[in-house]
Design a binder for this molecule. Structure first.
Ligand SMILES: [Zn+2]
Length: 359
């Protein structure tokens, strides 16, 4: 009887997750040897990179597959970000993105508004007000919840029409990603005319990393070349959007591909930063997806054995990596938005002390 109950339990757990998967990555991606050290002073430029759903486990799976080397793991400052939302222990991308973009926790599903539904100015909007150039580069639709938190203020992440209209009016200098079918021809025309770079690469999401080539690292390089021309500096948000999706379907191979692709984009930024000391790079995630754990592997062979425990998000804190101007602040454990005990946490501190003048 005990055995039967055990077997039934096992079968039940197989319904919510696959068994351990093995993936061997056959090529090795180039990484940089050293990231810029933390520097003092106020950052002129801020590059915020979000691996959607990228927990520490996704990073270590990619690390094993890239034979024990990543750009991410060279960043000199590391910490953890607690991702709980105003309504749930396990956040969604809308509330997670809003906390990072606007410095306020909100209800799951809400974008760019506080828990009461009141609009909150985002980092990108404040930077733009300070005269800086702004951009978003993502691999899913540019109207998805994470990028939307930087320019839209809607009570539902599903309100794509309002989100597309907000992006059309946001005045961003760089817009690259998928989601062309979410815009009217007039909106697309306006974006093309007004942005230095506007590429709506696909009607829905961009292709998966294994089929996308180096689209993301290349767009990041292009964006940096354009944005660096602004004399007041710039704010760029880059999202490895599909790490989340691959983990949602418990696809270890594609999760690793997406994380390595994101890491290559981090490498592009680090190489660009080596020539300067006026930029803060902050890399984090909005939440962890898939409850991935590492069950084994071999970094000499680029091999990982991973096990997903859910098709949903999980509730763990996610890693934070920082380099450059003001990076030192991001060490340790902090919330994804300011709290009473740590009012200066993450974005607000970054805004008020590191980038924008004191209020
Ligand atoms: Zn997400």
């Amino acid at each position: 009887m005990k055995k039967l109950v055990f077997l039934m339990g096992l079968m039940g757990s197989c319904l919510v997750s696959c068994g351990t998967q093995t993936y061997i990555h056959t090529c090795t991606h180039e990484t940089i040897a050293e990231a810029p050290e933390p520097a003092s002073g106020r950052a002129r430029n801020v590059i915020l990179m979000i691996g959607d759903g990228m927990g520490a486990e996704h990073v270590w799976a990619a690390w094993l597959c890239n034979k024990g080397q990543l750009n991410l793991t060279t960043l000199p400052v590391t910490g953890f970000s607690i991702t709980t939302s105003a309504s749930h222990t396990i956040t969604d991308s809308a509330a997670g993105g809003t906390a990072i973009a606007c410095g306020h926790k909100t209800l799951n599903g809400q974008v760019g508004v506080d828990a009461e539904g009141k609009p909150i100015q985002s980092l990108a909007e404040q930077m733009r007000q300070a005269g800086k150039a702004t951009g978003v580069v993502v691999t899913k639709a540019v109207t998805d919840a994470t990028p939307a938190a930087f320019y839209a203020h809607v009570k539902s992440r599903k309100n794509t029409d309002a989100i597309a209209a907000a992006l059309t009016e946001a005045g961003f200098d760089v817009v690259a990603g998928g989601g062309s079918d979410n815009f009217t021809p007039e909106q697309r025309e306006k974006l093309k005319k007004e942005c230095s770079l506007c590429e709506l690469a696909a009607p829905g999401d961009c292709a998966p990393a294994s089929k996308r080539g180096d689209w993301l690292p290349q767009r990041v390089e292009q964006a940096l070349k354009l944005l660096e021309q602004d004399k007041d500096g710039f704010f760029l948000m880059v999202e490895g959007s599909k790490i989340n999706m691959s983990a949602h379907v418990n696809d270890l191979d594609e999760t690793v591909h997406e994380t390595l692709d994101f890491d290559q984009a981090v490498g592009v930024v680090l190489r660009w930063m080596q020539k300067r000391n006026d930029t803060l790079l902050l890399v984090t995630a909005d939440h962890q997806t898939g409850g991935l754990s590492i069950q084994g592997g071999d970094k000499a062979k680029g091999k990982v054995e991973g096990h997903f425990s859910t098709f949903l998000h999980s509730g763990v804190a996610v890693p934070v990596y920082a380099a450059g101007c003001g990076a030192a602040f991001f060490a340790g454990v902090q919330d994804n938005s300011p709290t009473r005990s740590r009012p200066e946490a993450l974005t607000c501190y970054m805004l008020e002390n590191r980038v924008l003048p004191y209020k």
